[in-house]
Design a protein around this ligand. Sequence first.
Ligand code: UDX
Length: 460
Amino acid sequence: MTEQTDAPTTDETVEPATGRRLRLSVIGTGYLGATHAAAMAELGFDVVGVDVDPAKVAALSAGEVPFYEPGLPELLVRGVDSGRLRFTTDLAEAAAFADVHFVCVGTPQRPGSNGADLRYVEAAFEGLAQHLTHDALLVGKSTVPVGTGARLAARVREIAPAGLRVELAWNPEFLREGKAVQDTLTPDRVVVGGASEWGDDLLRQVYARAVADGTPFIATDLPTAELVKVSANAFLATKISFINAISQVCDKAGADVTVLADALGHDVRIGRQFLNAGLGFGGGCLPKDIRALMHRAGELGADSLVDLMQDVDEINMWQRQRVIDMAVQACGGSVLNRRIGVLGAAFKPDTDDVRDSPALNVAAGLHLRGAQVVVFDPKAGDTGKRIFPSLTYGASTEEAVTGADVVLVLTEWPEFRTADPSALLELTKPGATVIDARNCLPVDAWREAGWTYRGLGAAR
Ligand code: UDX
């Protein structure tokens, strides 16, 4: 590899020991890794991103993001054009290049188990350790069961060439899809576990900009850092399932869960965020992370948490059945051969991600009951098609609702919230029902237009 002749800079990207810019590698270029790599280049570091998938590497190298994430394409192009950001499939190249390595590979749910599949994380740390040519800090960002970092640190020590200073730290990532760029450039907090003084210094350099802007930097041990991440997701999931359980009481008692959530939210101890009742949580993180936590807590004998997460998961999954039941009821007891328009396929707005999407789960459930389902999503039509090719996908809201007996709003995209209910009702069967499974529509406007409106825990 050719040594780069970096013009010395005065900013925080320069490594005091060498006088050159700090070099970073990012292993795994999914939502987390691609965003982290581009954001680090934006901050002025020299970055190499590594992925085992040559197609992904080719796309990213050409400045193309292989998924929908607002703001990321611009950041990526700027990084690649500046010469500070490149991508490769060669882990050895990254090991020889960088001072700090961020491991951002996936930890999916293991087939047939609630536990996390750690094979990609293990391969990344072992591969890096094997190929190191100089001192390096290996930093885990992937979400892992508590105890993983300590085990990997021992393994890395065994494998890394003798005589090198090679250390491991954990620096969990809290980014949200759809807001990944903002969350990476201006995080709420930086948590670092298990770093020595040397590792701590390096990571403070990486996050110098955010820290200077007031972002708290929390230095702790490995298990605490690992647990902060899963606890954050477990708490968010619990909040959502709590309000969904309350929405069931609201349905029975004739109360309005949205007004209730607004009122709760004024209490600063509670807060309004993550109290939107509806179809519940999905995506690539929350469901698998609470299950992995449940699994790990069980292994550790922490049974209260196992029971709590089991209830959170059950309430969440039940919301999907609840919406299917509402559609069946709206069709008079059977959806067989009835036309159902589904608005939304992504697990939430501003993403094309359909991993564990509640919307697609409901659409598929109705399809399997014999309904003629037409789905429309502004961004997730193609990703939806890949997972559920048997569903029909329309090209617009209008196409999805045309001839429908029932319309389901399953992802709260702005264009559904602001759609003209009168114009849409002209396209449906007469007397159509809308099931607003995200409680996101202006209820009065839809009712006034002539729709039969149903929400979850929505008394109005
Ligand atoms: C989540 C965490 O927020 C993030 O910190 C972590 O790093 C990864 O997991 P993300 O999966 O992008 O991020 O989605 P998030 O915005 O948290 O939403 C998760 C799910 O909860 C979505 O399906 C959303 O529709 C649902 N949700 C959210 C609700 O049902 N009600 C709410 O009030 C909020």
